[in-house]
Design a protein around this ligand. Structure first.
Ligand SMILES: [Zn+2]
Length: 521
């Protein structure tokens, strides 16, 4: 009672993580200490043995890091159905940014307010999507430049989104309608993002044969707009482009030397996942469902599409379409998990590329559900392990999932990246293959994304920062999700704290949902 000097008057903290080997997220080597957490924040970091609190978590033999920040995820509505976000929590992700690849909600303010009332287990922020702007102002199927009035309208909508807390602009320049935009349109919008210190994150115009030209375009957009550039899910896609990773990174290093802030991200898998329709030329997908079906059914245009598919296969130096596997296909769920080669055989046709191209067109035809949904989702095995490792090793590469919150135990053949991206980097590429150090991998999951996207008070273990904290064993952390069996939580993380609350407690999800929406300041 007599010891009421200022130090002793401090309220007993909520949680102390003691005996920790601390990796603070900056890339510095670990140091020992006790982390004191109170009211959702890191209150202080004390020498070992000095920490006390209502709850003590003994981290002896384990490491403690900031929660992982996944800046490349997608809005798909599952956040409303599975607010516990298990696929991310077990993989150590405590914050995600949605709205990538050009698609976001139109009204950012309403979206964030909705999420606020929902209370997720993880923190969520968003980008504003360029395709979303274009769809709303110019129209989904308008393959033309916007009028000046439309351009100004898009700028105003983006400005509004930035004021409402969006972290920047995203584009999806291979998707409709983003692909209809020329570079100058994107520059004008990226300037708006830059005026709020926002980022320009891009799913580039091409990730295959013209990937280098696409990177040059993204760099030009950064140069002319002044926005920081984020090259999303960087890869050299297609067998004929294998080996281009070095050249890709050279372009990026040159841009940085010139003073343009370019950072990249990637996930650690040799397959990507996107729509079936990306196999077809964009001009065949214009003007909505009826026009697309008419093109698919007209013998002349169908023959031209088949020719295109075969020429593409030839260019990839492949003999068949077994690199393309159905991930989801609403009209015929039995197709899930089968490659185009298998589906073709199942349809009683001889195995050859021409018949397989016909099978793809049939799937497109049954799959065109409405104006925004052209066929199913696919998994494409198009990335080489060598390129993947070259890009993973690049120090300015952020680790991402390119996924979203998932409904655990669903029926689609999910890409395992939704469950295991971070654990896979830490298990396979840090511990087993030793191509990245643990300190550096953690930096690229924490402080690097926080810096690039200007996410305040996250990404480092520092007094005053949000208490998004992980405790795990670097010798045990392992991804379990595979392409064959994707609904598997990662293993090896013992504790996940989000805003100072324990969400993963000794390896078990507590059901607590302390996530908050985050806004660009
Ligand atoms: Zn994308």
């Amino acid at each position: 009672m007599l010891l009421c000097n200022s130090h002793y008057a401090q309220e007993l903290a909520d949680i102390a993580i003691v005996n920790a080997k601390i990796l603070d997220g900056t890339g510095n080597p670990w140091f020992r200490g006790d982390i004191i957490i109170h009211n959702g924040k890191i209150r202080e970091i004390l020498p070992v043995g000095k920490g006390s609190a209502t709850r003590i978590i003994d981290a002896k033999g384990l490491i403690v890091t900031p929660g992982f920040i996944d800046v490349h995820t997608h809005f798909d509505g599952n956040e409303f159905k599975n607010p516990g976000a298990g696929n991310y929590i077990y993989d150590g992700v405590t914050t995600i940014l949605v709205g990538n690849c050009g698609s976001s909600r139109v009204n950012i303010k309403n979206y964030l307010t909705q999420l606020d009332s929902l209370q997720l287990a993880i923190n969520v922020g968003t980008l504003m999507g360029h395709s979303t702007l274009r769809r709303n102002v110019v129209g989904t199927h308008a393959n033309r430049a916007p009028t000046e009035a439309e351009m100004v309208k898009m700028e105003q909508m983006l400005e509004r989104a930035m004021r409402d807390g969006a972290f920047g602009l995203s584009t999806g320049l291979i998707y409709i309608p983003g692909t209809y935009a020329k570079t100058d349109e994107v520059v004008r919008l990226a300037k708006v993002s830059a005026s709020f210190d926002g980022v320009y994150a891009t799913h580039m115009r091409d990730e295959a044969d013209s990937v280098l030209a696409a990177i040059r375009e993204a760099i030009q957009i950064g140069r002319e707009s002044g926005a920081r550039v984020q090259l999303s899910h960087l890869k050299a896609s297609g067998h004929n482009n294998w080996g281009k990773a070095e050249k890709i990174l050279e372009l990026i290093s040159d841009a940085r030397a010139e003073g343009i802030e370019v950072v990249v991200d990637s996930h650690p898998y040799i397959a990507g996942s996107t729509h079936l329709s990306t196999l077809l030329p964009p001009e065949s997908l214009t003007d909505g469902k009826d026009s697309i079906l008419a093109r698919l059914r007209n013998p002349k245009s169908r023959a031209a599409l088949k020719k295109y598919l075969l020429a593409d296969l030839n260019k990839k130096k492949l003999k068949n379409f077994d690199y393309a596997v159905v991930a989801s296909f609403d009209p015929e769920p039995a197709m899930i998990g089968k490659s185009i080669v298998e589906i073709n055989k199942q349809r009683g046709r001889k195995s050859n590329a021409e018949n397989e191209a016909e099978t793809i067109l049939e799937l497109m035809e049954t799959g065109v559900v409405n104006n925004n949904n052209f066929g199913g989702e696919m998994i494409y095995y198009t990335i080489s392990e060598d390129d993947l490792q070259t890009i993973l090793k690049y120090p300015h590469n952020i680790c991402i999932s390119d996924a979203g919150i998932r409904l655990h135990g669903g029926k689609e053949l999910l890409h395992p990246r939704a469950y295991g991206s971070n654990a896979r980097v830490l298990g396979r590429y840090v511990r087993e293959l030793k191509i990245i150090t643990l300190e550096d991998a953690v930096r690229r999951m924490t402080s690097l994304p926080a810096q690039q996207f200007q996410i305040e008070n996250k990404g480092q273990l520092r007094p005053g920062f949000d208490a998004d904290v992980l405790v795990f064993d670097p010798d045990k952390i392992t991804d379990k999700a595979t392409f064959e069996s994707p609904y598997q939580y990662s293993e090896g993380i013992q504790y996940v704290l989000v805003n100072g609350k324990v969400v993963l407690d000794n390896g078990e999800h507590t059901g607590t949902r302390p996530g908050k929406t985050i806004r660009k300041k």
